[in-house]
Design a binder for this molecule. Structure first.
Ligand code: FES
Ligand code: FES
Length: 181
């Protein structure tokens, strides 16, 4: 467990513990601190981007107990006792998440600013709906804006990731059901 402190002298503080990317993190914070700022400045997880601060762009999307939320409009104290996943926790360089593989395979990014939020929204989508239609994907990502790609390849990437995830689940199910003889 690691502890961070965002206080300035004389300010009311709260102690919170949030499980971030699987690791419990304790912080002493002002009650007004936004979750996005805790992640970026308090914990150094700068993969969570801030594009608007007004819940419009989705660049700050993280998973909160598995559900996508916009961390620029959520207080860090609301995450006390909960699990948060940022893009840093999505996969590892040697073992990418299917969503990350899909974005690579389908060339789904240009500047990359929207990409962390897009990938986390996509992860939530295909976890809840493993076999989405193109329309499902467009609807699921409708809270995330991209100024570069025109969305086409992002949609393809999410469909690619969903297929990969289904294949992996089927393979795992097959091996789980295997009978030793
Ligand atoms: S920075 Fe949160 S929605 Fe834009
Ligand atoms: S890739 Fe640039 S904003 Fe989406």
């Amino acid at each position: 467990m690691s502890t961070v402190n965002s206080k300035e002298g004389g300010v009311d503080e709260r102690r919170i513990t949030v499980t971030v990317n699987g690791e419990p993190r304790t912080a002493e914070i002002e009650p007004r601190l936004l979750l996005a700022h805790l992640l970026r400045q308090g914990l150094g997880l700068t993969g969570t981007h801030i594009g608007c601060d007004t819940t419009n762009c989705g660049a700050c999307t993280v998973l909160y107990d598995g559900r996508p939320v916009k961390s620029c409009t959520m207080l860090a104290v609301q995450a006390d006792g909960h699990e948060v996943t940022t893009v840093e926790g999505l996969g590892t360089p040697s073992e990418l998440d299917p969503v990350q593989e899909g974005f690579t395979s389908e060339h789904a990014l240009q500047c990359g600013f929207c990409t962390p939020g897009m990938m986390l929204a996509a992860k939530a989508l295909i976890t809840e709906n493993p076999d989405p239609t193109e329309e499902d994907v467009r609807w699921g990502l409708s809270g995330n804006l991209c100024r570069c790609t025109g969305y086409q390849n992002i949609v393809k990437a999410v469909l690619w990731a969903a297929q990969k995830q289904r294949a992996e689940a089927a393979a795992a199910g097959t091996s789980d059901n295997a009978v030793a003889v």
